[in-house]
Design a protein around this ligand. Structure first.
Ligand SMILES: Cc1ncc(COP(=O)(O)O)c(C=O)c1O
Length: 315
């Protein structure tokens, strides 16, 4: 059994005992904000940006979690320190924050005392996530447009990172049924939004294009990519982009916290001859330098180690 510890509301408990009530608003409504941060060399990467987004999501959901951002930062680092010793030193981590309103008032009698928001902070070794992802760095991914559309900001703003994600799951199911590509959702006007767990970028010559921040989550990795792209002299534009612009792109790639960035080898069945293209390569190098860890080499190494890790960690 794992010896990892999870912060649950006000204390650390063993991971196997960390449970959220069936009466929690998270279960009833998907009423929960969350964040996923990764470490590089054991240090949380962009934790402030992730916690800023967590508290912005909580503002939109009108949840007062009762914990200051500073305390959240401290407890996150405490969680990491507590769990780090359960893995080899070269294993990096995912830190996940989940915060809900807590149990619904109508079930008050099932709980002792006042109902409280639910806060969990857990750490998971990235060996499973990036280890199983590693082959994608070599092959690239196939991007496709699913029938499922994005939920537009005038209904529920996707800038808040919430557990209300059925539309993303529908898109995943459609993509799996359609051959296993990576879905990128369109909005109601036919503009590209984002993947079900990533942001998308198109390369047109020396221009880097990405959907404007209207109907998307403002990915932390998206922000890092934009900054790095400007530093290496690319002309970055956030604008309306459709299927047309994606079909005309020289390169396409996606960004997200755990794997940082991955190139597309095709879009809607149209293959890129030169993938990964030169702009992606420049950005990947800039990312690796910025992170201070060659996360591609690391993922390949985790990939090799994953079968043994799984055998040892099987409960
Ligand atoms: C819908 C969605 N878009 C984009 C992203 C990428 O965000 P980040 O770079 O902060 O991981 C995520 C990450 O989970 C996501 O869920």
């Amino acid at each position: 059994m794992s010896s990892r510890q999870v912060f649950l509301n006000d204390r650390f408990v063993p991971e196997s005992e960390a449970r959220v009530s069936i009466f929690d608003s998270a279960l009833m409504f998907g009423d929960m904000a969350f964040e996923m941060t990764r470490t590089f060399g054991g240090e949380p990467f962009c934790l402030r940006e992730h916690l800023d987004r967590l508290y912005a999501s909580l503002d939109l959901l009108e949840i007062d979690c009762g914990m200051s951002p500073q305390r959240m930062d401290e407890v996150s680092r405490e969680a990491l320190a507590l769990n780090a010793e359960t893995e080899a030193e070269d294993v990096d981590w995912q830190i996940m924050h989940n915060v809900s309103r807590g149990p619904l008032g109508v079930y008050r009698s099932a709980f002792a005392g006042e109902l409280q928001p639910t806060i969990t902070i857990n750490c998971w070794p990235l060996i499973t996530h990036t280890g199983s992802f590693a082959p994608n760095y070599d092959t690239g991914i196939d991007v496709m447009i699913p029938a499922q559309q994005a939920v537009p900001a005038h209904l529920v703003d996707p800038k808040a990172k919430t557990r209300s994600r059925m539309h993303y799951q529908m898109a995943n199911l459609q993509a799996a049924r359609g051959g296993g590509g990576w879905p990128v959702l369109l909005d109601g006007d036919g503009f590209l939004c984002e993947g079900t767990g990533n942001n998308i970028f198109l390369v047109h010559g020396e221009q880097l294009l990405t959907p404007e921040p209207r109907n998307i989550l403002l990915g932390v990795s998206r922000g890092v990519t934009i900054e790095l792209a400007k530093k290496i002299g690319l002309d970055v534009r956030e604008c309306n982009l459709g299927r047309y612009e994606a079909l005309q792109a020289d390169e396409i790639f996606c960004t997200a916290t755990t794997y940082c960035l991955v190139h597309a080898r095709s879009f809607e069945g149209k293959a890129f001859d030169n993938a990964p293209g030169p702009v992606f390569q420049r950005l990947l190098n800039a990312w690796i330098e910025h992170a201070g860890v060659d996360f591609v080499a690391q993922a390949r190494d985790y990939h090799e180690r994953l079968p043994v890790w799984e055998a040892v960690n099987q409960t």
